[in-house]
Design a protein around this ligand. Structure first.
Ligand SMILES: [Cu+2]
Length: 300
């Protein structure tokens, strides 16, 4: 009789777990479709929940969507948990001296609250892995390859005729303590950035790309790819503490139309300075987003 009874209880327990799991999956799907529909609007209403606005690449938009989705999902879980806490506090408050029914070893319930966090992590991991793979993706045939050379405390940008260390440089822009280097690139093209450093570790960062990547000295040549969708001038910075004037190690990214870019490159190849080549395509000759900082300051 005892065995029969416990058998009944365990089959009821399994049914409970199944019911709980079905409800959880239903709830997750409901939340996900809600996010898909309302995610972006919620982001706009709450100023992106703190996420930097104004990305100029398709990947920055996908990262933004991931952030909004994760934040809304966290809020949904938060509201559920807060609701259950307050419900328990009010519904099961102390009413007398009698010991309430004890519910330890409730297997379906324990299984549910062990499985639910794993489900949440799995969903977050899945979407993060997809977006990260997308951000890190490089193509076999980029439209433009530029070599980023970092050094204390400035930048050199080499326009290349191919990929890899052995490719040749067709034009170059070098920054110094009186000139902010302007990196001119075309809009809506696949740009491959190949990075190398002359001395210590720096980090290439344009806030509007919502992306930064370390620039290493020696044989490690970091690479990433970006498509710049909006023309304009954007300040670039070093994001790795590299020495005394690290915070002054600025450059400018100037995104122009593909036609203007071709004319700029032709002018550079014809021997013009970056400022003259920029003037020849109707652009401001010097950086407009930041100013140079003399690193060889005089004692006074
Ligand atoms: Cu640096």
């Amino acid at each position: 009789m005892v065995a029969k009874g416990s058998g009944k209880r365990s089959s009821a327990g399994i049914r409970g777990v199944r019911r709980g799991a079905t409800r959880l999956v239903g709830l997750s799907l409901g939340v996900l479709s809600l996010l898909a529909v309302a995610g972006c609007d919620a982001g706009k209403a709450f100023n992106g929940f703190g996420w930097p606005q104004g990305g100029i690449t398709p990947t920055s938009q996908r990262m933004y969507d991931l952030w909004i989705g994760s934040t809304v999902a966290a809020l949904v879980v938060g509201v559920l948990v807060w609701g259950l806490i307050f419900w328990c506090v009010i519904r099961y408050r102390k009413r007398g001296e009698e010991l309430p029914p004890q519910t330890r070893y409730n297997i379906p319930m324990e299984t549910l609250y062990t499985a639910a966090p794993f489900l949440v992590i799995a969903v977050l991991f899945y979407y993060t892995a997809i977006v990260q793979t997308d951000v890190d993706r490089t193509s076999k045939n980029p439209d433009v390859t530029v070599e980023v050379v970092a050094f204390k405390w400035n930048w050199q940008f080499n326009y290349r005729d191919g990929m890899g260390e052995k490719a040749g440089t067709v034009a170059s822009t070098l920054g110094d303590d009186r000139t902010i280097p302007v990196l001119v690139l075309p809009s809506n093209k696949k740009i491959r950035f190949e990075q190398t450093s002359k001395d210590v570790i720096h980090s290439f960062w344009v806030p509007e790309l919502l992306f930064k990547r370390d620039v290493f000295p020696g044989p490690i040549r970091n690479v990433f790819e970006a498509t710049l969708e909006r023309e304009g001038a954007y300040v670039g910075r070093c994001a790795e503490l590299c020495g005394t004037y690290h915070s002054m190690m600025n450059f400018e990214l100037r995104v122009v139309s593909p036609d203007e870019y071709q004319r700029f490159l032709a002018a550079k190849q014809a021997g013009k300075s970056t400022a003259d080549a920029l003037t020849s395509i109707g652009e401001a000759p010097y950086a407009t987003t930041t100013t140079p900082f003399p690193t060889k300051r005089q004692q006074s």
